[in-house]
Design a protein around this ligand. Sequence first.
Ligand code: NAP
Length: 497
Amino acid sequence: MKQPTAAPSEPHLFVILGVTGDLAERKLLPAFYHVTRQHGCEGDSFLLGVGRRTWSDGEFRERTKPALARSGIRGDELEEWCDDHVFFHGVENYDAPGGFKSLRERIESIERDCGLPQNRIYYLALPPEAFSTTVTGLGESGLAHGNGWSRLVIEKPFGRDLDTAQALDATIHRYFSEEQIYRIDHYLGKTTVQNMLVFRFANGLFEPLWNRDRISRIEVTVGEDLGVGTRAGYYESAGALRDMVQNHILQLISLVAMEPPTAFEADAIRSEKVKVVRSITEISHDDVVLGQYSAGRVNGEEVPGYSEEPKVAANSQTETYAALRLQVDTWRWHGVPFYVRTGKRLPERTTKIAIVFREAPLPLFRAFQTEPTPNVLVISIQPNEGFDLFFEVKTPDRSFKLDTKRLTFRYHEQFGRIPEAYETLIADVVAGDQTLFVHTDEVDASWRLLTPLLNNKPAVRRYEAGRWGPDEIYHLLPDWSDFCLTESDTTANGGVS
Ligand SMILES: NC(=O)c1ccc[n+]([C@@H]2O[C@H](COP(=O)([O-])OP(=O)(O)OC[C@H]3O[C@@H](n4cnc5c(N)ncnc54)[C@H](OP(=O)(O)O)[C@@H]3O)[C@@H](O)[C@H]2O)c1
């Protein structure tokens, strides 16, 4: 769908607020550099980093070069680009009115010096508690509207429940219209996630099967092998439901379950997606298992339990794991459960969607000691973007024993380098295309669904690090499609759970 090379670009100033942070250094600076080069617009794209520091332009450039080099970008062109196109501005205090006045003066001065129209992108790479103040600062200093276009990019999390999300939205809409707002869910920048639309709506083969008549269930797994690491400050008050389910997982379900849009346009696609979230029925405690990892082994190493991690309360009840059974109650999906599981310290880092098809109606081959396994289509979002189709074959002997094999497609094998999610998303912001960004209605619908559960959570179970979650998830679904999660081939039904 979207490729950074495909979109046109107009001269602009890309302002990163919070440029000294982890996201800016690891993702945004390299992505912005790639986008400017791939558009051939390096002469017209300028970068202004903003932080609560007193760095000069020169100091910031000398920090930016190694940051880009760490992501594999090197050479004379990089040096030149940094020296000519990168600036820094210090804002000591985001709450003080003078801070944004001086930012405006700096922006206008760069635009004059570089011959830029007032086309501006403000990327809020800031902790969520700074979103509201920053938007107010931008708005009150007159930066939300100039003679050109102004766009606001806002990171997740967007609120921590329905009330806080609505309050943040109200603040933003006081200064920016919905057409100016780009809410990031970086999963939407991943090629396989976008490919779901192509897979479903450009192939005549699959869409006729994509419904309750042919599909028995859908499973979404978002697993991390890492623990909470250095993010406990944020994670203790977030947990897996807020961190993963409200945004990434509901976005994935929307794309899998949506109806065909009337056109391949942002509004048409986003309005079909939001209908999916609005159709999910109330989530009861019987449909949820929450967990927290205890000490165990992951990738062969002993790891501590969550409550032993730095900055985590010893009696913490934060869930590092959530499994849910959701019902998308539409004509197409009525009666088809959507199972979701996500957690930290699972056996591997993986994001996969398994579409489990109904079994063949007649068990013709039972006499040969093997039950057929249902066909499963696995959409693989990370680490290796692509998909696998599992199907039954006859073993090459004189009997009619069945074996499950997979047809595999991997993006990197067919296309080489695929763009990083942030590259795709930044290219789209530059081009003014909102398709891959979350609309306010989607945020609202997702918090409406999850807030009652967040206000009344079931007990948090323990699971040993290195397992797929607490044992109770097997009451929710006895046969999760774990076999789909590994990259290696499967053999005989014995190897397939
Ligand atoms: N890091 C990731 O991989 C990642 C992934 C997905 C989403 N996100 C989201 O992206 C945003 C940025 O993430 P991050 O990891 O880069 O965050 P971060 O390192 O905690 O913060 C980024 C920068 O914000 C500035 N800052 C901190 N508190 C501030 C305040 N109260 N007012 C104004 N500025 C403040 C700091 O810079 P100065 O002190 O120089 O001003 C800091 O370097 C967050 O909303 C996060 O949830 C991050």
